[in-house]
Design a protein around this ligand. Structure first.
Ligand code: ARG
Length: 588
């Protein structure tokens, strides 16, 4: 379906042409004076110079051509040369009716269907999930859903960090604690036990302990590096331990992500890219891109117009080890081979921007992606506490994701129990659903690249620009519709009627913007635009609701029209929150 704004601009442009002006002046925007009109065109002002005419004269000419047009209830030229537009109720109603009948509420399939890999989540195996990983999961999941809804072929990949020093640290720590384990016995040739020699809670305790030790004990750190190297070389016992670490960790990660309503299509990991490294490096040498510098193998990636220094991309360090960049380069090779993506989007902390600049440039230079493969980096800012510093626990430690979620849920639960008399169990379940909306909306309503303050109190408020407020609005609509259906024929077809009040029309106009908002937020990787939209939509609905007697309306046809309108509002709101990655409860 054409966007409403374009339909209006089409008519206005035609009027410019009919009046003897260039049609390109017919651009239309949403009015910045909603008290005066709904849309406006400033083209007459822009054209004044070209035509050596007062803008108001041009505006008058154009407006004269549109007086009979039934798209408009009112179209007028006002000094110094604005064209103010009010749409006719019939036109808006017809547009909404078409939306209602269209599969995605008037959102068109994309002109070009992309295959998009979204690299998000990015947890490091064996380290507990902490809030730092929260943003990637929340933003990435939403970007995935938005693009998929739009009609692209989207693959979400968690890209586990499973190949770094943390593995060597755990292996060495375990060796110190349980040297008798067969994994450490060099001459061992038998099968390794299928049961892991640790539980998830032990594993989570082992890593921080080993990490702390490596900071004070040089020899231990050396051993951990060596163990990592041995593991990467494929030493049997270490490989078997690694398998255990992976299994135990991944089970726990899946549980955590599922609590967040985050779902990956692929559970690939850094180590999966390792087999692609040797050939890739060979190729980069053959193309004369890779050369030795201070004992390391590097590729130059700086460009003429760089405003800051972009250091060479290191493929192999002087000690022979490969790095994060080598893995990411090889992962691109792997992805191109297995999935032929037309686009790869990385949702990662913005502090890694330089790393991705280097990796993207190196891939392009080496030709491991096609010329038109898009590589995008969506860098997000830091989640801060109320003190403006990176979010921590009360005693200054790293906040675990589970703890954070539990805190939010408790806050919401207390709110529900304050003024409701629902059962304990229902309150707990509802608190979970609302809590998730508080966390996700609190994050997504900010532009991703900005830092933001995680404020439990504000995020869980049922009023204002919050997730719970949106849910509250949806629940309100559900309850009206439910009551309506208890006394009326539920199977009836509901026909939208032209608006009778200003608040009803405002709600209708807001609904028409759906396709435009979704397209924009997909193109700009900007879930915050959906948040801003549904906040506006919820506000418009609530004004309408406060001014309108819906359930006590005696004119049955009119009442059915209201029901059609609010049920479309509900569907749009629910579609939007699904794109943000949360859902609404039945009541709250
Ligand atoms: N594991 C990394 C980290 O915790 C994030 C991975 C992001 N994805 C990537 N392809 N590098 O920093």
């Amino acid at each position: 379906m054409k966007k409403l704004m374009n339909l209006i601009a089409g008519e206005v442009s035609k009027a410019f042409a009919d009046a003897g002006y260039d049609a390109s002046y017919g651009k239309v925007t949403v009015s910045n004076r909603p008290d005066l009109c709904e849309y406006q065109c400033n083209g007459a002002m822009a054209g004044a110079k070209a035509y050596h005419k007062a803008p108001i004269m041009i505006a008058n000419d154009v407006v004269a051509k549109l007086q009979e047009n039934d798209m408009f209830e009112e179209i007028s030229a006002v000094k110094p040369g604005f064209i103010n537009i009010k749409l006719s109720g019939n036109f808006v109603t017809n547009y909404l009716t078409a939306m209602q009948q269209s599969e995605k509420f008037g959102l068109d399939e994309p002109e070009q269907k992309e295959t998009i890999i979204i690299d998000y989540g990015g947890p490091n195996v064996a380290k507990p999930l902490h809030v730092g990983h929260l943003r990637s999961a929340i933003i990435g999941e939403s970007i995935k859903r938005i693009n998929r809804y739009q009609g692209h072929n989207v693959i979400g990949d968690v890209h586990l960090g499973d190949w770094g020093l943390q593995m060597g640290l755990i292996i060495e720590e375990l060796k110190d604690r349980k040297p008798e384990l067969c994994y450490f016995e060099e001459s061992y040739t038998g099968e390794y036990p299928s049961e892991a020699p640790f539980t998830i809670s032990e594993l989570e305790e082992i890593y921080p302990c080993a990490s702390a030790k490596s900071k004070v004990d040089e020899a231990f750190k050396e051993r951990a590096h060596e163990a990592t190297f041995q593991l990467q070389k494929g030493v049997r016992g270490y490989k078997a331990l690694w398998n255990h670490i992976m299994n135990v960790s991944v089970t726990d990660l899946k549980k955590n992500y599922s609590n967040l309503n985050v779902e990956f299509d692929l559970w690939k990991k850094e180590s999966d890219a390792q087999p692609y490294i040797p050939d890739m490096i060979e190729m980069m040498k053959e193309k004369n891109l890779a050369y030795m510098s201070d004992g390391a193998l590097v590729v130059d990636v700086k460009e003429e117009n760089d405003t800051k220094e972009v250091p060479p991309c290191i493929l192999i360090k002087s000690d022979g080890a490969t790095l994060y960049s080598t893995t990411d380069l090889a992962t691109i090779v792997e992805r191109m081979k297995l999935f032929q993506p037309t686009e790869i989007i990385y949702v990662v902390d913005k502090r890694q921007e330089m790393h991705f600049t280097q990796v993207f440039r190196c891939s392009r230079k080496a030709g491991t992606v096609k010329e038109d493969t898009k590589l995008k980096f969506l860098g997000f800012g830091t989640m801060n506490g109320k003190d403006g510093k990176p979010f921590k626990t009360r005693d200054g430690g790293v906040m675990r994701l589970e703890t954070l979620i539990a805190e939010i849920n408790q806050a919401v639960y207390e709110k529900i129990m304050e003024n409701r008399t629902v059962s304990e169990e229902e309150a707990r379940n509802t608190a979970k659903i609302i809590g998730l909306s508080a966390i996700k909306y609190g994050d997504l309503s900010n532009q991703a690249s900005k830092d933001y303050v995680f404020d439990v109190e504000r995020f869980t408020s049922f009023e204002g620009n919050t997730g719970p407020y949106i849910l509250y609005t949806i629940v309100r609509i559900k309850s009206i519709i439910k009551k309506y259906k208890e006394i009326n024929d539920a199977a009836k077809a509901f026909t939208l009627l032209p608006p009778v009040s200003a608040s009803e029309k405002a709600l209708m106009l807001e609904l028409t913007k759906f396709n435009e908002v979704i397209e924009q937020s997909a193109a700009e990787l900007a879930p915050h635009k959906i948040c801003a939209y549904i906040y506006e939509l919820a506000n418009k609905f609530n004004s309408f609701y406060h001014e309108t007697k819906i359930l006590s309306e005696e004119d049955k046809e009119k009442q059915a029209g209201y029901i059609a309108l609010i049920s479309l509002t509900q569907q749009i709101l629910e579609t939007c929150i699904d794109l943000l990655g949360f859902e609404a409860p039945e009541r709250m």
